[in-house]
Write a protein that binds this ligand. Structure first.
Ligand code: FE
Ligand code: FE
Ligand code: ZN
Length: 302
């Protein structure tokens, strides 16, 4: 293990794997960045506001400066801000739909204080509205809130299909993409647990799943990956994440995903139910599994 001789900080081997976890911002942005360094991450995800509520913390420029200095000093790659779960651009209730668009617009403005990062959202829950109607509303919400000068990439997440979630299949995501105006500012985030739970057999047919995505949407739109194991069988539509290697997806598939020639350069974010110590261990194991460090830019095979 390498240690910085002055600060005593543990320096991770310079892995090219872009890896991090979802982290709490409860103690502030700078504390979050220090946690990320501590667990050996070089990226992360955070909730830009209370995930279940609407309140957002005031931006404190000094705090953001301290946060960004830590990220710069430790060669962090772009991070993901996750939209709150309450944000629903296709709510059947017009007031909630407008409130969601307002929240997202505020979030995107806030992101301009930290340019060059990613903003990930769940497309929405449509209740008993038809899918095409919901797709219309989602695209409308995105077109209202995204703006040409923004320096953030908006990502739509692949969903497990729990309840009436939109984005349960690539076709639904594609139909949203088709209606988005600023196509250079939109992308997608695959979630391993969600794809598995929605029915995609990433365990036995990862290549085919990626091919399908590429054919329909284009892999150039894939910008991030949530690397979670699933507590449930394929097509369960449950959305219960579990630790890498302890679910139905399994370590072998996780290994294949992070090393896949078409995926290995993406940022990988763990959303597994454990603490900082557990995440340190998961990150260490993923770095160990990563093959692209061994030989410059040469992929060394599974
Ligand atoms: Fe999510
Ligand atoms: Fe996710
Ligand atoms: Zn999930």
């Amino acid at each position: 293990m390498n240690k910085n001789r002055i600060t005593g900080e543990i320096l991770e081997t310079n892995s090219k794997l872009k890896i991090g976890t979802h982290l709490s911002v409860a103690k502030g942005y700078a504390a979050l960045a220090r946690d990320a360094v501590k667990i050996g991450a070089n990226t992360f995800q955070l909730f830009i506001r209370n995930p279940r509520g609407a309140r957002a913390k005031e931006i404190n420029p000094e705090e953001i400066e301290a946060f960004q200095t830590i990220l710069r000093n430790h060669n962090f790659t772009p991070f993901i801000a996750h939209a709150p779960y309450t944000l629903n651009l296709c709510s059947a209730n017009q007031h909630l739909r407008e409130l969601s668009a307002q929240m997202m617009a505020e979030d995107l403005k806030r992101m301009e204080f930290m340019p060059g990062n990613l903003y990930n959202l769940h497309p929405g829950s449509r209740l008993d509205q038809p899918v095409d109607h919901a797709v219309e509303q989602i695209a409308e919400g995105l077109n209202q809130t995204m703006f040409p000068e923004m320096r953030t990439m908006v990502l739509l997440e692949t969903m497990a299909g729990k309840g009436s979630e939109v984005g349960r299949c690539f076709e639904e995501l594609k139909s949203i993409l088709d209606k988005v105006e600023l196509k250079d500012k939109i992308g997608f985030c695959m979630d391993a647990c969600h794809m598995w739970d929605s029915g995609y057999d990433i365990v036995n047919h990862l290549d085919e799943v990626l091919e399908h995505f590429d054919h329909l949407i284009g892999l150039q739109y894939l910008k991030a990956f949530h690397i979670n194991d699933s507590m449930n069988v394929r097509e369960s539509h449950k959305d219960r994440h579990t630790l890498i290697g302890s679910g139905y997806i399994g370590e072998e598939t996780i290994h294949k995903i992070i090393n896949h020639p078409l995926l290995h350069e993406l940022p990988f974010i763990l959303e597994t139910p454990t603490d900082l110590t557990g995440h340190t261990e998961e990150i260490r194991r993923l770095k160990e599994m990563y093959r692209w460090d061994k030989q410059m830019d040469q992929y060394t095979g599974f």
